[in-house]
Design a binder for this molecule. Structure first.
Ligand code: BTN
Length: 270
């Protein structure tokens, strides 16, 4: 089994700051918790925590994140961006775009995004991002970007996700080494983070729109409380939903559940 260790990671990286001092753990509860503790103890921006396996990996909306030992990239990156808490949603968006781009670059597989940042291949979930942060006095102290990327996972081994998840090995029919993927991912993240700090989401919006499978779909949020056609995303990352009555609603949290639209006869993408 290929393990990721600090020396090989440092040698493979082309970044200036991200991942330069990696912490590699055989097992932990959640890499986000380790990174949060390190943040509270003053660790610098770019600190990277990786684990071969997690006993309490978590996803958005209080879901569990499952991964067999040694098969995936399970990582948390500590950031200290000089932005107000209200702008932090942009971090989760740039992380999705950078992950999709890095995966596409290394594997050749076309990656799409389900709003806001689920990375999909062939309509199934390949990677997820959980951004957690701490703020005081209208200033972000730190943000932890937790990324789970299914590299050599066999989704069929987990009945809960077998029908909805994929991995690179599953999609390609062969295993992929994780180290070059990690290096590409950190490189794309660092570049997009720089763009985001300089100009917000504007430089990333065209690529995001292009990758967003959600746009044009009939979707539902919060168990049907909001339903409509996903029309666009705004400069802050919100999804603009056109309801049947014509009203435009800004959605900033939640999971987009695709609905079959009445005129649509083909398969439905998830
Ligand atoms: C989601 O799609 O719901 C987000 C999943 C995020 C999973 C990663 S794995 C590494 C890091 N540690 C965690 O406990 N969660 C994130």
């Amino acid at each position: 089994m290929e393990t990721l260790d600090p020396d090989s990671i440092t040698a493979a990286l082309r970044t200036r700051c991200f991942g330069r001092h990696p912490v590699c753990l055989p097992t932990t509860g959640s890499t986000n918790d380790v990174a949060r503790d390190m943040a509270a103890n003053g660790a610098p921006e770019g600190t990277l925590v990786l684990a071969e396996t997690q006993t309490a990996g978590r996803g958005r909306l209080a879901r569990r994140w499952l991964a067999a030992p040694g098969t995936c990239l399970l990582m948390s990156l500590l950031l200290r961006p000089p932005i107000p808490p209200a702008a932090a949603f942009g971090l989760t968006i740039l992380a999705g775009i950078a992950t999709a781009r890095a995966v596409q670059r290394l594997s050749g597989l076309p990656c799409r995004l389900k709003w806001p940042n689920d990375v999909q291949v062939n309509g199934r979930k390949l990677a997820g991002i959980l951004c957690e942060m701490s703020a005081s006095d209208d200033r972000l102290d730190w943000a932890v970007l937790g990324i789970g990327l299914n590299v050599n996972l066999d989704p069929a081994a987990y009945p809960e996700i077998a029908a909805t998840a994929t991995s690179l090995s599953h999609a390609l029919g062969r295993p992929l080494p994780r180290l070059p993927l990690l290096a590409a991912l950190l490189e794309e993240l660092e570049a997009d983070y720089g763009r985001f700090l300089a100009e917000g989401l504007a430089p990333l919006r065209a690529e995001w729109r292009d990758k967003l499978v959600t746009l044009g779909q009939q979707v539902s949020f919060e168990g049907g409380l909001y339903e409509g056609r996903a029309e666009d995303v705004d400069e802050d990352g919100a999804l603009l939903l056109r309801r049947a009555g014509g009203e435009l609603v800004r959605i900033t949290v939640g999971d987009a559940v695709p609905l079959r639209d009445p005129g649509h006869t083909g398969p439905i993408e998830i």
